[in-house]
Design a protein around this ligand. Structure first.
Ligand SMILES: [Zn+2]
Length: 94
């Protein structure tokens, strides 16, 4: 699973984007919160086409230019922010 996420994130996504939407139901079914997936389900809610919110720990991962940014730093940064207050679209990840 972790390998899959790492494969998903890097390079070449711009090219893939031309061919198909990066976020679709199939992908959502596969993506999990990297923190929770080890012990719980870590299922993600796709919110406002811009965020993936972990249903276990409430970490929030931005979807930036249709790329899910499944990084711990990002998830931590937005964990305490209420989803209604999340910026849409998300700011560019560092
Ligand atoms: Zn989580």
């Amino acid at each position: 699973m972790v390998k899959f996420i790492q494969w998903l994130m890097p390079v070449n996504i711009k090219d893939r984007k031309m061919e198909m939407p990066v976020i679709n139901q199939e992908l959502l079914d596969l993506l999990r919160c990297p923190v929770c997936v080890k012990e719980k389900k870590g299922e993600l809610e796709f919110y406002q086409d811009s965020w993936l919110i972990c249903t276990n720990c409430d970490r929030k991962y931005p979807v930036w230019e249709e790329i899910p940014i499944m990084l711990l730093d990002e998830g931590d940064k937005w964990q305490a922010t209420r989803k209604e207050e999340l910026p849409i679209p998300p700011p560019k990840p560092n």
